[in-house]
Design a protein around this ligand. Sequence first.
Ligand code: KIV
Ligand code: ZN
Length: 531
Amino acid sequence: MAITHPSFGTLDDNRIIFFDTTLRDGEQSPGFSMNLEEKLRMAEALAELGVDVMEAGFAIASPGDFESVQSIARKFAKDGPVVASLSRANAADINASGEALKPAARKRVHIVLATSDLHMRVKLRMSREEVLEAITRSVTLGRSHSDDVEWSAEDGSRTDPDFLCRCVEAAIKAGATTINIPDTVGYSLPEDMARIFRDLRNRVPGIEKVVLSAHNHNDLGMAVANTVAAIQAGVRQIESTINGIGERAGNASLEEVAMALRTRHDALPFRTGITSERILKTSRLLATITGFDVQPNKAIVGRNAFAHESGIHQDGVLKDASTYEIMTPESVGWSTNSLVLGKHSGRAAFRDKLRALGYGELGDNALNDAFRRFKDIADRKKVVYDEDVAALVDDEVVRGNDRVKLTGLNVSTGLGTKPMASVTLEVDGQRQDGMASGDGAVDATFIAIRQAFPHEVGLKLYAVQSVTGGTDAQARVTVRLEEHGKLVDGQGSDTDTIVASARAYVHALNKLLAKRERTAPPEMQATALSA
Ligand code: KIV
Ligand code: ZN
């Protein structure tokens, strides 16, 4: 039966709502934090991808989180996604979410409270009756901020079924319009999921008026299977993240659920708002921003997802791709013609390529910088692939407003000589130089950066990957820095590994500065740049 929902109006029974939590559940996992600009960029990409609801953050968590939720709320008009903010079941959290969401054209207050005996006893120290009262109180308050309120039963999949029914009934009576049952610890099997939702649908009065939602974690590698089982049991909202990022082993991966629905439409006859051709671009943007690539064999977006290595498979694919491909690479944004531009290509061809890769129109400055980098790479590299263009554009777009810019680098190294590096930075428009020797060219470069712009941080990770194959391939370097327990990751790419390393270090440094500024009290912010 069709549901009338405050944000979506009349919902067809076969429409699946995609609730994306990349910017909240995904962002809160170690090493995945993003600054405001990165979150805004990601939010734009998620909206272009077609997510219906975007959880922008946890407004009460920090001033930075509040600002992110507020800025994302401001960003979208009525035809954009619903913007959500998470809150625990207390007035301070809910009011913070309500306040941050005020500028949103479409908004959702999301309230979570644990319902399993274990969580209630150990974590909340609340009785069942107290939890029921808190649900009523918190959802009622949530409704004073928005007609669209989602209530989540944390550890719902390990909750006593009778008590879960009472909790859901209380939330619906208080005005919740979406009921989400998370498998918080990733413990469930698909049949458990189906049973939970069938039970709720059979037993809870008023359940037919709300949207049921599943939020699955991947601790046993079953998040996507559990999500599909939930859909088959009547769930019409699924919560997921790009690349499956999230707490511990992550959440159900958006791209896998979306493509399961598209590819197996015969068994799963549902509609979504996802433009699947934008999946790869969104996945790559997230990898660039966070510094974490997906594993090569990751379904849909991994480098090998459409690669055919064995002779038998290659032969089959050449004769008819459907022999070994259940979906086309193009349907998720891979390009078959990945050999692209050369050193003679002009700005117009470059701009066309960017459009074809789904980047739309870059601003003039970003386009000029990206084109300059492209020319530089085209001069050094025999062939420039789509992956190369994507890596350099992601670098430029992500880095548009950096306060520290790498403007010069010279390195000398060799057998039996002490590596030396000299670095030029532009810090808020001012030139600053550094020169140092080190235990290797990368070490010398990082020390020279610290000379040009003195700061004290711990280097926690240094990793190099190649963007494409061959000795002239671009290197993509990830650098993780730590300051007072806060971790940031930076990324850089270039055909020269040392240049890519310097870019990655400077990128991480900029993220650290942005973090410092967001957490410093107002009177400190002006001086936050001086290390
Ligand atoms: O996993 C979980 O229980 C959550 C809730 C906040 C929805 O992320
Ligand atoms: Zn979660």
